[in-house]
Design a binder for this molecule. Sequence first.
Ligand code: UDP
Length: 416
Amino acid sequence: MRILLISDHADPLAEIGSREAGGQNIYVHNLSYFLSRLGVSVDVYTRWDNKNKSEVVKVNEHYRVIRVKAGPKRYIPRDNFLELVDEFADNIMQRIRNKKMNYSIIFSNYWFSAKIALKIEKKLKLPIVHLYHSIGKIRYETLKKLGLLKNNHLVFQERMKTELEIAMNCARIISTSPVEKKIIENIFNIDPDKICVIPIGVDIDLFHPIKNKSLIKIDDRIDAATFNKCILYVGRFERRKGIGTLLFAFNEILRKHPSSILIIIGGGKGKDQKEMEAEELQHYCRIVDELNIKEKVKFLGPKKQKSLIRYYNIADVVVVPSYYEPFGIVPLEAMACGTPVVASNTGGLKYTVKNGVTGLLALPRNYKDLADKILKVLDKNKNCYSDNCLKRIENKFTWKIISKDIIKLFDTIAKK
Ligand code: UDP
């Protein structure tokens, strides 16, 4: 079986922390890698966004990343992708013809890829499997609620139209949680049998408990002797991620645990990303100043994924305070290290974090409830949750399990 995977903006080999790179990049890379280990061939087509990157990277015998020319070979914000879709689709087709490639399935990720998939499917006549990653209608409503809608109504209209079109025309939709499945069913009014719930996974070779925590080395800016409780946030700086709410919650926690620390890892690298996030960072700094908690909140910037294991291991609790989260890989990484998670009771987080078992769910955008849940987890102690966290990951969220489920799904529809 050979998969034509389209991941328009999310290059699976991009460094996380570089421009808009996040969960989708990690998903596409891990899935392709684990599928390739089971003998399935995967070609990931992604936009060529840097002239210094090679056109083709052969990760191993079965997994290649192919950069496709669409617009200039430099970073372009995702919001400007619509005008590049035709060139992207034409160039994929040209390459497939030139190289006489044969594929069994098109697997599109995110809505621009859906548009590209619908275009090339007309010529290739292959079944499409689609994964939304985020759904336009939900994102639109979330941004509207937060007062963050820019003048992009037309793009949203186009996105919603495309998301309906792919729902109607694809062979299967992968939804990453039962909550998302219900949303997809309701928004697009399609047969529930067309939607398969297969979650995102976590690499347990990269994320696991470290026995001797006292030997863990972390960032020099943090002195382990100065705190007794460590609360950790990992992720991008975006309003919907709820870092502001977490800062207010942390201020409440300090009343009971004055020697606690809040570590914030994430935010972007590079000029463009920093500019994009400057406003957001200023917003957090204002809150930190107002609350007078500067000494206790450590913004460490983005970290390489392989270094995160140390932070997840030293943390007493990982907090995911999103106002909305389609899935959320960070809770899985924390749980794989045996660390409980307090997450907003929304989207995929409702599914990954088992309330009362691997952590607690809190009301989204409610700092008092968030503080209350974090305190409960801190008071109960991390060890009470660790085994449950590890079991939940082993039973449901390893890439080994997930890649096998994806192969089963592909097998039922692949062009033979
Ligand atoms: N991440 C990372 N370094 C950082 C911050 C985040 O490697 O400094 C990774 C993190 O390990 C996770 C991903 O980025 O795998 C974020 O995925 P998630 O689904 O939680 O959020 P998204 O970015 O998709 O909104």
